[in-house]
Design a protein around this ligand. Sequence first.
Ligand code: AMP
Length: 295
Amino acid sequence: MNNVVKQVIFPAHLPEIIADVSAMQHRCLEARQAGRRISFVPTMGYLHEGHLSLLQEGRRRGDLLVLSIFVNPAQFGAGEDFESYPRDLSRDVDLARRCGVDLLFAPEVKDMYPRGYSTFVDVEGITDTLCGASRPGHFRGVTTVVAKLLAIIQPHQAFFGQKDFQQLTVIRRMCTDLNLPVEIVGMPIVREPDGLAMSSRNVNLSPQEREQALVLSRAISKARQMARGGAREIAEILTALRSMLEAQPALRIDYLQIAHQSTLQEQERVDADSVLFLAVFVGRTRLIDNGFLLS
Ligand code: AMP
């Protein structure tokens, strides 16, 4: 928490908390008609510095800063952690206040997906790999909720983290394909001082698991070091990384791939578009990370 608070630089004012979907839409439309530039940061809450970096950029670039907190059941599969996903609204409200959030949208599941709800947004192709392959239906849930949030809030710009690289790519594709009039801004991964990518799920790691989770960012550094040292064979790099990861007893690899940054298709040789994608379970907690190898 102390870590989180130290970055905050905007004057504190209480965000207006809105749960009602129509009230939120009305409030945002009014602001838009009054000529205010709306920045929007969608999250599932339990805020950390990664989220705050998006809020700070949103604050800097817009007149009205909107944060949504919604743990979206549609993006969790059966047996995943929807129920146990960390939640703490009062802590989030305090952090939102320190970031200068104007409106905090926290709808209920029954209002986002009322009885009879039957419309889903599905981006094809780029959702078949990586997290899309290991979490069937996940991106359909993500794109559906983001499309709904964009329709409710109608922001000029929306901010997403590169921590969820595939998600950012999928959201960009959706907005282009559906001609949604919003600028999608991608923001760099925020890490703990020891390299672990910030994630709301990190709170679930035991001290031993947290120590083992450091191998993710170390694997990215190792891959980078190999690529920058001249290694081009992706199979060779992945073999080295696999043995690094497998040396951690609490860790199980979900996927480990090097793929093209735009198509997300696996590559055979490293080039400037190569991104390393990692997803692992550490104990029961699923963590993801990624990084460019050369650029
Ligand atoms: P989540 O609450 O996990 O759905 O994340 C909400 C937004 O915050 C998404 O756009 C994420 O990519 C972004 N985000 C999460 N963790 C980080 C991080 N460590 N650095 C930057 N952005 C992040």
